[in-house]
Design a protein. Structure first.
Length: 185
């Protein structure tokens, strides 16, 4: 084994250890040193910081909260971050309650009805497993029931899940995924 090969293997091991330490230490560091996830997120957005540790923390909870998301105040998460996905381009008003396994995501599929990202008003209650995807507006003081797939909601309204409708199309559809940064194309 030559010197270059040994060095490259040592460098690989060092990088792996660095990432594992980030992964193992992210919870005590963010919770203890920074006073919690939302304080750490605010610090990164305003002053910079370790995005690696931020995303490692989220990975521990199978969650994603994009740093580009416009979140007013600190949302209440009664079940923690477990399985929550908030798109980089989403907007969430103050005083919202978000239960587990909620998706607030962007729709990047060209030609779809709700292409874009959601805007959620103030003081909205979002039940477990709810999906708010695409250019959807949820008004202020709304309630969204468990497992609802939400469309536009006026202020002071409630969404509940009923029967599922199946729509059959005459032509095949392009369901390929294009990241959030492909809106312009």
């Amino acid at each position: 084994m030559n010197e270059k090969s040994i060095f490259s293997r040592l460098l690989y091991v060092a990088k792996m250890l660095y990432h594992e330490l980030h992964y193992l230490l992210c919870i005590p560091i963010i919770q203890g040193w920074y006073g919690g996830f939302w304080n750490y997120r605010h610090k990164i957005k305003s002053n910079g910081g370790s995005e690696n540790m931020y995303y490692a923390y989220l990975m521990r909870y199978n969650a994603f909260v994009g740093l580009g998301a416009n979140i007013q105040g600190t949302p209440m998460l009664p079940h923690g971050l477990n399985g929550i996905h908030i798109s980089d381009a989403a907007t969430i008003g103050e005083g919202c309650v978000i239960l587990q396994q909620v998706t607030i995501g962007s729709n990047t599929t060209k030609g779809s009805k709700h292409f874009g990202s959601p805007t959620i008003g103030k003081h909205v209650f979002i039940g477990a497993g709810a999906k708010i995807i695409g250019n959807v507006r949820v008004g202020d003081n709304c309630r969204i029931g468990a497992n609802c797939v939400v469309v536009n909601m006026p202020d002071n309204s409630t969404a509940i899940l009923r029967n599922i409708d199946i729509i059959i199309h005459d032509i095949s559809r392009d369901n390929s995924f294009k990241g959030i940064y492909h809106f312009e194309e």
